[in-house]
Design a protein around this ligand. Structure first.
Ligand code: JBH
Length: 241
């Protein structure tokens, strides 16, 4: 998979060279390219934003600068005829969840457009939805809190989707067992323990040492159900994931 990211903070994306995503890049299953938006700002101050038409606080990122940057990325497809899926992190978007991550992971080419909080000129999404080289423009929100810009959201989304790319995890079963995976019954995971069996004044639940796999599975189901009731009752009502 090819991933392009256009940003005014290229260094912000450097964690992608680490960990699971970095290993996938080295192994060749992922090709991540970070581009500096300011290379497409041609005035003396390399301006990328301007005040909003209609007034109000904050700044809006300029469509001409973004348009030139996106066109430059789209002119370098990973393969002849490849089409890009554009992803815009924004507080005004569909919730990014497990299903969204899995959907993005199935694409051959993703282009992320992290903007500052007040966002991109709305014509960017409208224009690129009409372009033949683009399959879709997704606007996603990772959660109900305020971020200064979309870069941290891109890190979250890339890490979440990379786990669905074959060969990236190293253990295909881990994805299926995750909390939120439909096959994992939609519940949160049970609490986990490892050695030593006795630590300070706390011991591991006896059932986990019993070797009785049916009892362990039943215990984990019940614990997962209780954790879901406590922390995420929305999942039990079928509203979450
Ligand atoms: C995206 O996903 C978002 N959640 C909260 N704040 C944001 C700010 C900019 C982009 C988001």
């Amino acid at each position: 998979m090819r991933i392009d990211i256009i940003t005014i903070f290229p260094e912000y994306l450097s964690p992608l060279a680490l960990s699971l995503v970095g290993k996938a890049c080295e192994a060749g299953s992922l090709d991540v390219r970070v581009h500096d938006l300011r290379e497409h700002a041609h005035d003396r101050h390399r301006t990328v934003d301007d005040s909003p038409f209609g007034g109000g606080p904050g700044m809006v990122m300029k469509p001409d600068v973004w348009g030139e940057a996106i066109d430059a990325v789209l002119s370098q497809p990973p393969a002849a005829g490849a089409r890009a899926t554009l992803v815009v992190p924004t507080p005004v978007g569909h919730r990014f969840n497990h299903a969204a991550a899995e959907g993005l992971a199935a694409q051959e080419w993703l282009v992320f457009l992290p903007a500052r909080y007040e966002g991109l000129d709305a014509r960017i999404a409208a224009h690129y939805r009409t372009r033949a080289e683009v399959t879709a423009v997704h606007e996603y929100c990772i959660g109900d809190y305020v971020l200064a810009g979309g870069e941290a959201a891109v890190l979250v989304m890339v890490e979440a989707l990379a786990r669905f790319i074959p060969g990236v995890l190293g253990n295909d079963e881990s994805v299926l067992d995750d909390s939120f995976a439909p096959g994992a019954d939609g519940l949160l995971a049970a609490p986990a323990y490892t050695r030593p069996a006795q630590w300070r004044d706390l011991s591991v639940p006896e059932v986990l040492l019993s070797g009785d796999h049916a009892r362990i599975a039943a215990w984990r189901r019940e614990q997962g159900l209780q954790a879901t009731r406590d922390y995420r009752p929305d999942l039990l009502r079928g509203e979450g994931s």
